[in-house]
Design a protein around this ligand. Structure first.
Ligand SMILES: Nc1ncnc2c1ncn2[C@@H]1O[C@H](COP(=O)(O)OP(=O)(O)O)[C@@H](O)[C@H]1O
Ligand SMILES: [Mg+2]
Length: 385
């Protein structure tokens, strides 16, 4: 593996070389000053696979530089070595797309190199990703909240590579549910240059909102929205599944041609419902439409959101009335969810893993990924602070 160490201390480079020496020949370690971060194009010229950035103090200048680097080289695994392990520091690192934050010490670095190697091996044997479509049964059912929360859970807990595509072409808001970044490019830009489409063009057009989690934002004006065609979406998904483990679609409930193309190409469809009669009416219509479109019922996984006890309509009534099994329920937690959306910070960052909504989303992620999380992730450390 090609490893690049940036540090103010040349001696540390030698220490690292020695520590990795028993794996001689397998790793190519080079080093340089922190100032190299200022020029991402130059930095990636030698195509390093793992970048280690050692900062003694928390140098605020490195975060925007690392963020830019994450866009230039989305494949590069970046780790920061620092004494500082405060939640604030970890949060800054996470937002800059840094995958790991290590305490100083060669043993830590050797372990990281092993993990990064495993990651690269897994990446090169990438199975095709799965396409999951979230569709509101009515407005404000929670489809965007659940899709973005699930994206965060799959990427942070389970180390999956996730792309969320916001298909609400007029007033899409998905990126802002989990990030305060202003997307530089949108779905419309990808469609406009569809001839350039390949996995890396796609990755570069999406906004990295968290390590391993990108959002391809909806177009920012109606004119551009009109350029997005159903046939574009099919091509985009074909490229996306080569690169991402999960492609989540935040589908517009108006069910226009683009929405139907999204559902046609989805492995699983998650209509999001709530427990009242108007949802049941629209839910029944939606299921009829799915049948007419020829979607097998095992592709359809209804999620009952904002569940609370004491409502007239319970899970059983929903199932009886729609003639379908509810796949999962998500509890109601108004203040916490609104706080998360308003701040653009995933609920799992604001609340502990014991929060009932976080638990419900994590359980969905675990089932969809078919795995349980590993415990050594630094993000988990951050979340449990
Ligand atoms: N589990 C929940 N508990 C409480 N409020 C929720 C929950 N899920 C969503 N909401 C609320 O519903 C609103 C609409 O959610 P959103 O994801 O934008 O819906 P949709 O995308 O279906 O239109 C959010 O602003 C949030 O306040
Ligand atoms: Mg929405």
């Amino acid at each position: 593996m090609k490893i690049l160490l940036l540090s103010a201390e040349p001696a540390h480079l030698e220490e690292l070389r020695t520590a990795l020496a028993d794996k001689a020949g397998r790793h190519e370690v080079s080093g340089g000053p922190l100032a190299l971060l200022a020029d991402p194009a130059e930095l990636v010229r030698e195509a390093p696979e793992l970048l280690l950035v050692e900062t003694r103090a928390s140098d605020p200048g490195i975060w925007p530089q690392l963020e830019r680097l994450a866009v230039t080289a989305p494949q590069l695994i970046t780790a920061v070595i620092s004494e500082n392990q405060s939640p604030e520091f970890l949060r800054l690192a996470m937002r800059a797309g840094v995958r790991e934050v290590l305490a100083p010490g060669t043993a830590e670095v050797v372990r990281l190199v092993a993990r990064a190697e495993q990651h690269l091996v897994r990446g090169s044997q990438h199975d095709k990703g799965r396409v999951l479509a979230f569709l509101p049964t009515k407005g404000a059912s929670g489809a965007t909240f659940l899709a973005t929360s699930l994206g965060y859970a799959l990427s942070s807990r389970l180390d999956k590579k996730v792309l969320l595509i916001d298909l609400n072409l007029q007033l899409g808001d998905a990126a802002f549910f989990v990030s305060d970044k202003q997307p530089e490019f949108t779905l419309a830009d990808v469609c406009q240059q569809i001839h350039r489409l390949d996995p890396s063009f796609l990755a570069g057009s999406a906004t990295l909102v968290h390590p391993n989690f990108s959002v391809l934002a909806s177009p920012d004006d109606p004119e551009k929205a009109a350029q997005v065609k159903p046939e574009h979406l099919a091509r985009i998904l074909k490229a996306a599944i080569l690169h991402y483990d999960f492609v989540l679609l935040d589908v517009n409930r108006a069910l226009d041609a683009v929405s139907v193309a999204a559902l046609d190409n989805a492995d699983l469809i998650f209509p999001v419902l709530q427990q009242n009669l108007s949802f049941l009416r629209d839910g029944a219509r939606l299921l009829k439409l799915f049948a007419a479109l020829g979607y097998a019922s095992d592709r359809v996984r209804p999620v009952l959101n904002r569940l609370h006890k004491g409502e007239q309509v319970g899970v059983e009534e929903v199932e009886k009335s729609l003639g379908i099994t509810v796949w999962r329920t998500v509890p109601n937690s108004y203040h916490a969810v609104v706080a998360s959306i308003n701040q653009g910070v995933p609920l799992a960052v604001l609340e502990s893993a014991h929060h009932p909504v976080v638990q419900a989303v994590n359980a969905m992620a675990d089932e969809l990924a078919g795995t349980t999380p590993h415990n050594d992730s630094w993000l988990r450390r951050l979340l449990h602070h």
